[in-house]
Write a protein that binds this ligand. Structure first.
Ligand SMILES: C[S@@+](CC[C@H](N)C(=O)[O-])C[C@H]1O[C@@H](n2cnc3c(N)ncnc32)[C@H](O)[C@@H]1O
Ligand code: SF4
Ligand code: SF4
Length: 300
């Protein structure tokens, strides 16, 4: 991360903690909900199957920038399926950078060739070793590994949603992370039990075991893009929800924190680490703030 970006984000953080204006800093734009996969844990794919138009996405970028958002995520559906008027997600990334967003990240299932050196981070979902990943996502593990291997920049973070099916493979994902040259780190979430996916949820005891495994990876020098200081709050779901500094936009509609805010009682079972981490930072949890500074400087 450039030093100027670091200072801008830090000064936003200090203002937000002092004046509690609840101004958003992290924004996510959903480019499409169309997806080439049908993962077992996912409830947000292929609902309307629309690729949102380029002009609309541009306007959403401008709106978020105007509201003060400086960390932008492109998400889906599958982001690499997005294409309109000859533009791709790479063009959107370049334009977002030009517009002034300080950090621009993309989340993808990794089944398409990865060539977006302008992105700060490309989060490639990896839900276990070959056997477990394919059990959840279909037969795509080898394609993903090949695409990661041949990516044009080392700006990749593996992104694992830990659930009942793959909780035993945290260590293996750590090993894969360590041996791949284009992969900067691995980042974990716990399963969030959207309707129809409750059976994949982890109990607090199981989450505690997973956190110990993640800590073990950290201790062994595996790069992990998560904040250890937030683990106790994630295990027991005691972090303040929703995250007031995060917004999501899809098709002109804006949600505070996540679209999942519309699902009754889901926030109390939230497994998204970013929600816990940002919510705790802005409630002035000093340990989490220091952890975030250290981690972001290391990996972005
Ligand atoms: C919805 S996908 C969209 C981007 C892309 N298609 C992908 O799979 O990375 C974004 C991330 O959300 C995760 N995810 C989906 N359903 C989830 C759930 N119920 N709980 C936690 N994470 C989930 C996915 O594993 C993926 O890493
Ligand atoms: S690839 Fe992403 S959007 Fe598609 S089904 Fe899987 S998690 Fe959902
Ligand atoms: S806290 Fe935010 S990310 Fe978590 S379930 Fe609620 S709206 Fe979704």
């Amino acid at each position: 991360m450039k030093l100027s970006a670091f200072f801008t984000l830090s000064s936003y953080g200090i203002r937000e903690i002092l004046f509690k204006k609840h101004q958003p800093i992290l924004g996510t734009i959903i480019l499409t909900d169309k997806c080439n996969l049908h993962c077992k844990h996912c409830a947000v794919n292929n609902i309307n199957g629309i690729i949102y138009p380029y002009k609309q996405i541009r306007n959403e970028m401008k709106m978020l920038y105007g509201q003060g958002v400086r960390i932008l995520f492109f998400c889906g559906g599958e982001t690499f399926l997005w294409e309109d008027q000859g533009k791709t997600v790479r063009d959107l990334t370049r334009e977002a950078k030009k517009m002034g967003f300080l950090i621009v990240n993309i989340v993808t299932n990794g089944t398409h060739p990865i060539d977006i050196p302008e992105a700060d981070l490309i989060l490639v979902s990896l839900d276990g070793d070959k056997e477990h990943h394919n059990e959840i996502r279909g037969d795509v593990f080898d394609t993903i590994m090949e695409n990661v291997e041949h990516a044009t920049k080392d700006n990749i973070i593996f992104y694992m949603a830990v659930n009942q099916l793959n909780k035993s493979t945290i260590g293996k994902v750590g090993e894969i992370t360590r041996r791949m040259k284009n992969v900067r780190a691995v980042s974990f979430n716990f399963h969030t039990p959207y309707p129809g996916t409750k059976a994949l949820s982890l109990s607090a005891k199981e989450k505690a075991i997973c956190c110990r495994k993640i800590e073990k990876l950290m201790d062994a020098g595996v790069p992990v893009f998560n904040l250890k200081s937030a683990f106790p709050y994630l295990i027991h779901n005691t972090f303040p929800v929703p995250c007031k500094q995060c917004v999501v936009v899809e098709n002109g509609k804006v949600w505070r924190c996540g679209r999942c805010i519309d699902v009754p009682d889901l926030c109390g079972q939230c497994g998204y680490f970013f929600a816990a981490e940002y919510a705790l930072v802005f409630r002035c949890h000093i340990k989490v703030i220091l952890d975030m500074l250290r981690t972001y400087l290391k990996y972005i």
